[in-house]
Design a protein around this ligand. Structure first.
Ligand code: ATP
Ligand code: MG
Length: 470
């Protein structure tokens, strides 16, 4: 690679990043560096002061470091570009950078990147090609992830997620479901299955409601150039977006609901977490080759809005584990297999609820599911009540009123029927129903163009016991 080729390549990279071509002095610095000259000599040749030439050089190395995702200095500039030449431009850094154009709100902010891709690299891999390119061991950051000991079924959900991520290149996915349904477990299994398609896989829990600043710093620490993590939150977001564009990354942010207010309508961010919304929006709207999965018990409001206008945003509601939950009962060595399906139905196929109940059956019912089911009422273990308590305390007063009302109904109720019994304004009623839907706490069915709402048997029993205990 001669100096003209290097200058052209650098010019293309810089143009793709900034929309500006190299200035004459920047070219002089590069040419001098390739020829092994020191700054005083380059300054003499170009007619500028030594300090000015040095400053121009340092800014250029910084910019190139950001573009290439690795530290570029005067001392290693030649080595870096020799390496790129050896790899015949197929490095994930370069190819990843090229095959997508960063856009925001449909405005291409790196407008000439395609020129660079087709002219210089003569290839522009699709995401599938690119995923094959990345087939290797990714850098894993799973320090905050719990270990999973058993995994049953969820084959259709795994296929859906895999297709969305690998085939459709979805950039933002919300995995939604009530507590204990298996969101965390499913995403960790997904990682096992598709990890070779990524350069980086990062799992973080938001259970202690970290600020966006803290989360970004933790995410950025996974990538090269940790020393260059900015102090400024906006720059941090764009640094991360740059990495998401250069590398194929799968990031999972679990327990998103912990960023939302307790006692308010579902999906409302606490004041100090509001800027996460902008971050998620940018992840959805900027063009890059990575995917962010958000696990949440409550559907974030912006996901609904983004989903309708942006097909790289998806959401998946996780429901019953179905008959695969029998394996939980098997693990607990329970008897009367013919009754297991009934038990799974009552406890909504929720693996955690079924775990709690299986432990209780072992302890108090001689491991017999039939004996347990002889009791007329749905029996809730102490652990299950504690879990439902936490959920109940998070919802608004109006939502609690609606839930208590529904627990007393023998049949699913229409909006009109709920409205007749409760003294809520129409807007309060509608907002509360919508909020309960976002929390996935209502069973909803459509019949003859009418929507009916009801509570599942576990929630019904919980609310009835609570009311009786008052
Ligand atoms: N597919 C599965 N196979 C086996 N066990 C499962 C499965 N899904 C969930 N579980 C078990 O159920 C329990 C709850 O699962 P998990 O923690 O993934 O739920 P979650 O939806 O993330 O809950 P939370 O909202 O509280 O974070 C765990 O003990 C887990 O091992
Ligand atoms: Mg979880």
């Amino acid at each position: 690679m001669n100096s003209t080729e290097v200058l052209e390549l650098v010019d293309d990279l810089i143009f793709a990043k900034t929309g500006k071509h190299l200035e004459n002095l920047q070219k002089d610095v590069l040419k001098g560096t390739i020829e092994g000259k020191v700054y005083p000599d380059i300054a003499k040749d170009s007619g500028f002061s030594e300090s000015h030439v040095k400053n121009v050089g340092q800014e250029l190395w910084k910019l190139l470091s950001l573009v290439l995702g690795e530290k570029v200095k005067k001392a290693n500039f030649r080595a870096v570009f020799e390496k790129i030449k050896r790899q015949n431009f197929s490095s994930p850094i370069i190819s990843g950078y090229c095959h997508t154009n960063l856009t925001a709100n449909n405005i291409n902010i790196f407008p000439d990147r395609e020129r660079y891709c087709s002219a210089t690299l003569t290839r522009s891999p699709t995401s599938v090609e690119n995923s094959q390119e990345s087939k290797n061991e990714p850098q894993l950051d799973l320090a905050e992830a719990p270990e999973i000991f058993n995994f049953y079924d969820r084959s259709s959900e795994l296929t859906t997620l895999e297709n969305w991520i690998l085939k459709d290149s979805s950039r933002l996915i919300a995995l939604l479901g009530i507590s204990g349904i298996g969101k965390t477990t499913l995403t960790l299994q997904l990682i096992k299955q598709i990890k070779t398609n990524f350069n980086y896989i990062i799992y973080r829990s938001l259970r202690f409601s970290p600020t966006l600043d803290v989360t970004l710093t933790k995410l950025l620490k996974n990538f090269p150039d940790q020393a260059d993590i900015s102090q400024n939150i906006e720059t941090k977001i764009f640094q991360l977006l740059d990495y998401l564009n250069q590398y194929r990354c799968l990031i999972i942010l679990d327990d998103l609901q912990m960023l939302f207010c307790s006692g308010k309508i579902a999906g409302q961010y606490q004041t100090e977490s509001e800027n996460y919304q902008i971050f998620f929006q940018l992840i959805a709207e900027m063009n890059h080759q990575s995917c962010l999965i958000l696990n949440s018990r409550e559907k974030p409001i912006e996901i609904t809005q983004l989903e309708t206008k942006n097909n790289s945003v998806r959401s998946l509601i996780l429901s019953s584990l179905g008959l695969a939950a029998k394996q939980i009962l098997q693990k607990h060595k329970l008897s009367d297999e013919e009754t297991w399906e009934n038990l799974i139905d009552i406890y909504q196929g929720n693996p955690r609820w079924i775990e709690f109940t299986a432990t209780m059956i072992q302890e108090f019912f001689d491991s017999s599911v039939a004996k347990f089911l002889q009791w007329e009422k749905v029996i809730l273990s102490e652990s299950l009540v504690a879990e439902l308590d936490k959920n109940f305390q998070r919802i608004t007063q109006n939502e609690q009123t609606i839930i208590i009302q529904l627990a007393q109904e023998n049949q699913p109720a229409t909006l009109h029927q709920i409205d007749k019994t409760l003294e809520l304004s129409t807007s309060d009623l509608l907002n509360s129903i919508q909020s309960l839907k976002r929390r996935l706490l209502l069973d909803i069915k459509q019949e003859d163009k009418t929507t009916y709402f009801s509570l599942n048997s576990v929630w019904k029993q919980y609310v009835m016991c609570k009311e009786e205990g008052k």
